[in-house]
Design a protein. Structure first.
Length: 256
């Protein structure tokens, strides 16, 4: 008797359930009964399927956002790569000093034009020119001045061509070339070459100094008499050299 009193006093032994404990137990029993007895299994299945669909839709949206970002990144990278490739191709076909086409591009275009004309395509004209006293400019004023003159010449060639079908190229040193397409009128081409020669004869100003570098020019008109592009180029170049070392005024022509 004393032991039970001491146990009760110290809180040891069986405890009489509190009203809230009985309420929680009853709620738990009712919940289990509701889960197992009151809900239609079809409803539970549909609810489970719906929940899974919601989860899958969330995952799909998340995956779609990631894929969209990745696709945009790929598109941007491809565009950057294409731009870089175009820039490299441009650099590979351009003269580093003047920005005109280089000899490689000129030779490819010249050969293509000759082949097309030989198959009945439009005629074209090759214009060759070089500067008469460029060595003197280099020797007296230095190579920086010579580079400036070459750059000025390139600018004037571009402006002279304007919206004509064709382009200018630097072949090396002070040697330049112009290819003109669809040159049906030889007199118009000759007038263009004369105008270009006058433009190139204008003085160049470099660091306050006036530099003069006139040019010699030859025209090579396409003709079926030329057996190859190389033969046409050599003939035009020989005409240029002969004219440059003579006292003749004007422009040399071949193939006309």
């Amino acid at each position: 008797m004393g032991a039970r009193k001491n146990a009760a006093k110290n809180g040891v032994g069986h405890r009489r359930p509190a009203p809230c404990d009985r309420l929680n137990a009853n709620c738990s029993l009712h919940y289990r009964a509701w889960r197992t007895d009151d809900i239609d299994p079809t409803f539970l299945y549909n609810a489970t399927v719906l929940r899974q669909n919601v989860i899958l839709q969330r995952k799909f949206r998340s995956a779609y956002r990631v894929a969209t970002r990745n696709a945009e990144d790929i598109i941007n990278k491809n565009q950057e790569l294409e731009a870089a490739q175009m820039r490299l191709a441009e650099l590979a076909n351009s003269d580093f000093l003047t920005g005109l086409a280089n000899r490689r591009r000129f030779e490819q275009s010249f050969a293509n034009a000759f082949g097309a004309a030989g198959l009945g395509g439009s005629p074209f004209t090759l214009i060759l020119l070089d500067l008469d006293n460029f060595k003197q400019v280099n020797d007296v004023h230095g190579h920086d001045a010579g580079d400036a003159v070459l750059q000025h010449v390139a600018v004037r060639i571009r402006k002279a061509i304007g919206d004509r079908a064709g382009f200018g190229a630097r072949l090396g040193g002070d040697e330049f070339a112009v290819l003109l397409w669809e040159t049906f009128d030889g007199s118009d081409v000759a007038a263009f070459a004369a105008e270009l020669q006058d433009i190139l004869a204008l003085p160049h100003v470099y660091r306050g100094e006036t530099l003069v570098a006139r040019s010699s020019i030859s025209l090579g008109f396409y003709s079926a008499a030329f057996s190859s592009a190389s033969e046409m180029f050599v003939a035009t170049d020989k005409a240029l050299m002969s004219h440059k070392h003579s006292d003749e005024i004007g422009i040399a022509c071949v193939g006309a």
